[in-house]
Write a protein that binds this ligand. Sequence first.
Ligand SMILES: NC(=O)c1ccc[n+]([C@@H]2O[C@H](COP(=O)([O-])OP(=O)(O)OC[C@H]3O[C@@H](n4cnc5c(N)ncnc54)[C@H](OP(=O)(O)O)[C@@H]3O)[C@@H](O)[C@H]2O)c1
Length: 252
Amino acid sequence: MAAIRDAVEIGYRVFDTAEMYGEGGAEEVLGRALADEMRSQGVRREQLLVVSKAYPYHADVAGLRRACDASRRRLQLDTIDLYLLHWRGETPLAETIEGFQRLQHAGAIRHWGVSNFDIDDMRDLAGLKSGDACAANQVYYSLSERGVEFDLLPWLRQHGIALMAYCPIDGGRITSNPALKKLAASHGVSAAQLALAWLLRQPQVMAIPKAGRKAHLLDNWNSQRLQLPNAVWQELEALFPAPTRKRSLAMR
Ligand SMILES: NC(=O)c1ccc[n+]([C@@H]2O[C@H](COP(=O)([O-])OP(=O)(O)OC[C@H]3O[C@@H](n4cnc5c(N)ncnc54)[C@H](OP(=O)(O)O)[C@@H]3O)[C@@H](O)[C@H]2O)c1
């Protein structure tokens, strides 16, 4: 609760959750905190972009309706701004699209998308009726997990689909990378800030770092304002080279 309050106060407006996180518990906490903030005028509903995700085994028409209703209830929201299929399962994608569209027509969600979809999954999706309405693909992408740049990210750009980068600081691990720490320190910024600023420079990419501590929330927020010389980005390219061949999608 406190971290969400702090985040809203700092200026964060995108909140990512899933029915899986704490089996609904994370949605409940987020819903309570955002409702408090809206009541106390800390933020207005239309300023927020709330993302949630359905389990693949809820991805048929009826399952999505039930899962979405339960998520909306826990989130205390009439509409989820972006509703994602958490990962691809057994349900035919055509049925999932149909389920998402029905939710859209009912006003239960604004946009729909997917998560953990590699390029073949995206191609399958795009080949289906209304598959091109997918708004985003949320995947693992960070300085040290650049596999998506080989084929998935260019494909998403070509099709106008946003990439939401999860684990953008590798679950915190990248902040102890000695070379990154040294480079960051030499420019008076933190390793996390440098990793996030690098991601934010990539066209059509947004990052969803998680931070419980206020100092981290502030640190990450300020990564948006970094003005660094080109030499820094070049050095990062040398330290964390772009992929030269296909790698399977990293997942957490
Ligand atoms: N779609 C999917 O399948 C999927 C999978 C994984 C995650 N996600 C989403 O992506 C979000 C982020 O992923 P993540 O939590 O796995 O990884 P992350 O954001 O890369 O890393 C979070 C960790 O980094 C630490 N941290 C944050 N800011 C920091 C800073 N400035 N300096 C040092 N450490 C810092 C946090 O510590 P404190 O919390 O102590 O501040 C936390 O331990 C999740 O919350 C979730 O919403 C989606």
